[in-house]
Design a protein around this ligand. Structure first.
Ligand code: SDX
Length: 427
C-alpha cells in the first residue's frame, strides 16, 4: 500500500486509500467516497476508472508491453500454441505435459455440437452475419447443458467445452453461408488444423491444412487471446457479475466485440482499404478527410484506448503478413496500400500528436484474407481468439469473494419534479 491521498471537498478533508499493483500501477480506492462525501466520480467510457484488480494480463500502453500471466506476448507467439496459451490464461500457469494432454483430450471430447443444434442453422438466411449466429448459438448451448446454469459447477469441463464448440459453430456458420455441407471435427488434428479442416474441406476432396497457415493461425489466436478490461471482456464480467452462466456472459461479449470500434474493426479495415482501392482515393486525400472532424471518417485499425505507442500485436502481425504472403507467392495490393497508409499517417502531426498507431486490427484482416477466410468471418476469428480471455476473466470474477454485481451510478440531468398533465390540457 502507498500513502493515502487527501481530498479536500467543501472545506472538509478526506483520506483516500491508494492501491498499488504488482507492476506499480496506482489507483485511488473510492468504494467509500459517496458514503463519506456525498459525491460520486464521473468518467465517460471509464478512461481513468478501473473496474477491478486482475492477475491475468498486464498492458503498458506507453511502452507497448503485453504479458499474459507475466509471459511476454512475443515469447508466447514464438514458442506456444493457442491451446497452451488458453490453458495459461485460464489456469494461471503453463500446463505440464499431462495437463496439456488432458486439456487437449477434453477439447476433442467436446468438439461436436448436439445434432439438434445443426437445425438452428436452417433458420438463418445464407447472408446472416456469422457474429449474430455465433452469439445466439453460444447462448443456446446452455439449453443443452443445464448443469452450466449453476455457475459454480463443472467449470473444468465447461471451459474446454466452450473453447471447442465455439470453433465448430464458427466453421459451421461459414459452411452455411457458402451452401457447403458442414464438415465434422477430426479429432486427430490439432485445434487450428481441425478448424481449417472444418472450414475448407469438402466431402469430395482430401484435405491437408497447410503447415504455415496452421502456424500463422495459432499465432493470430494467441495475439487475440486476452487484453485485460477491453469493451467485450468488461461486458463478460458485467453480465457474469449477476451470476449469469458462462455461455450467457460470453454470448454478450461476442456482441460487444462485433462493434466496428472494437473487434469489428478488422472487417472495417479491409472494407476501408477496398473502398480506397476501388475509388482510386490516395492515402493523402483519405488522411485529410479523416482529419476533418465533419467528415466523421476514421482511420480504422488505428488508435487505441491504452496503447499510446505501436501495439505490439500489430508489429508481429505486420511481419507475419509479409512472411505468409511472400511464402505463398501472393501479392496483395491491399498490403502495399496498408503500409502506405501507415507511413502516411505516422508522418502526419494529427496522428503523432494523438499517439495514434496501428492496432491489432490493422493488419490481421490481410492475414485472414490470405488464409481464404471471408471478410464477414474476421470478427468471428477475433472471438475464437478472445474466448480464453473471456473465460479466464469470468472465472477470476466468479472466484473473487469481493465480487459485487456491477451497477454503476449516474448524475441525473433531466427534468426536475413536475406533475402529470391530462391529455386534454396538453398544448
Ligand atoms: C480493439 O481496448 C482494447 O484493448 C481493444 C482491443 C482488444 O484487444 O480488445 O485492443 C481491440 O478494439 C482495437 C481498436 C479497434 N478499433 C479501431 O481500430 C477503430 C478506430 N479507432 C478509434 O475508433 C479509437 O482509436 C478507439 C475506439 C480504438 C479508441 O478510442 P478512444 O480511446 O475513445 O480515443 P478517442 O476517440 O478519444 O480519440 C482521441 C483523439 C480524438 O481526436 P480529438 O478529439 O483529440 O481531436 O484521437 C482521434 C479522436 O477523434 N482518433 C482518431 C482515431 N482514433 C482516435 N482519429 C482518426 N482515426 C482514428 N482511428
Amino acid at each position: 500500500m502507498a500513502d493515502n491521498a487527501k481530498l479536500i471537498l467543501e472545506g472538509k478533508e478526506y483520506e483516500i486509500p491508494v492501491v498499488v499493483g504488482s507492476e506499480n500501477e496506482k489507483a485511488l480506492e473510492i468504494s467509500k467516497l459517496r458514503s463519506q462525501t456525498g459525491h460520486i466520480t464521473l468518467d465517460s467510457g471509464f478512461v481513468n476508472t478501473g473496474s477491478t484488480t486482475s492477475a491475468i494480463t498486464y498492458l503498458d500502453g506507453e511502452q507497448g508491453i503485453l504479458r499474459y500471466r507475466g509471459i511476454p506476448i512475443e515469447q508466447l507467439a514464438k514458442n506456444s500454441s493457442f491451446v497452451e496459451t488458453s490453458y495459461l490464461l485460464i489456469y494461471g500457469h503453463l500446463p505440464t505435459k499431462d495437463q496439456l494432454a488432458n486439456f487437449s483430450h477434453l477439447l476433442n471430447m467436446h468438439s461436436m455440437i448436439h445434432e439438434d443444434m445443426k437445425h438452428f442453422f436452417d433458420g438463418y438466411p445464407a447472408t446472416a452475419h456469422p457474429m449474430a449466429i455465433l452469439s445466439s448459438m453460444v447462448c443456446s448451448l446452455s439449453a443443452y447443458y443445464p448443469e452450466s446454469l449453476n455457475v459454480f459447477e463443472s467449470f473444468d469441463s465447461q471451459a474446454p467445452r466452450l473453447l471447442s464448440k465455439l470453433r465448430t459453430i464458427a466453421a459451421f456458420s461459414y459452411k452455411k453461408s457458402v451452401g457447403h455441407p458442414m464438415m465434422y471435427p477430426q479429432n486427430h488434428l490439432s485445434y487450428c488444423a481441425n478448424f481449417l479442416q472444418m472450414m475448407f474441406a469438402v466431402p469430395a476432396e482430401p484435405f491437408e491444412a497447410d503447415e504455415d497457415i496452421v502456424k500463422a493461425l495459432n499465432i493470430l489466436l494467441i495475439l487475440h487471446a486476452d487484453h485485460e478490461q477491453n469493451c467485450s471482456t468488461s461486458t463478460v464480467r458485467l453480465v457474469g457479475s449477476s451470476q449469469a452462466n458462462m455461455y450467457a456472459s460470453v454470448s454478450a461479449g461476442i456482441l460487444a466485440l462485433w462493434g466496428p470500434l472494437h473487434g469489428g474493426a478488422n472487417q472495417a479495415v479491409i472494407e476501408m482499404l477496398e473502398d480506397l482501392q476501388n475509388s482510386g482515393t490516395s492515402c493523402k486525400k483519405f488522411i485529410s478527410s479523416v482529419k476533418d472532424k465533419d467528415s466523421k471518417s476514421k482511420l480504422m485499425g488505428f488508435g487505441h484506448r491504452v496503447y499510446k505507442s505501436y501495439d505490439p500485436r500489430a508489429k508481429i502481425l505486420k511481419e507475419m503478413t509479409d512472411l505468409i504472403l511472400s511464402k505463398r507467392g501472393v501479392n496483395d495490393p491491399l498490403l502495399d496500400l496498408a503500409k502506405e497508409m501507415e507511413e502516411t499517417a505516422l508522418s502526419d502531426s494529427y496522428f503523432v500528436e494523438r499517439n495514434l498507431y496501428p492496432n491489432v486490427d490493422f493488419y490481421s484482416g490481410l492475414l485472414y484474407k490470405a488464409m481464404g477466410i471471408p471478410v464477414n468471418m474476421f470478427t468471428v476469428m477475433f472471438a475464437i481468439g478472445r474466448l480464453p480471455g473471456w473465460i479466464a476473466h469470468w472465472k477470476e470474477m466468479m472466484d473473487d469473494p469481493q465480487t459485487k454485481i456491477g451497477r454503476p451510478r449516474q448524475i441525473y440531468t433531466g427534468e426536475t419534479a413536475r406533475d402529470y398533465v391530462h391529455i386534454d390540457q396538453r398544448k
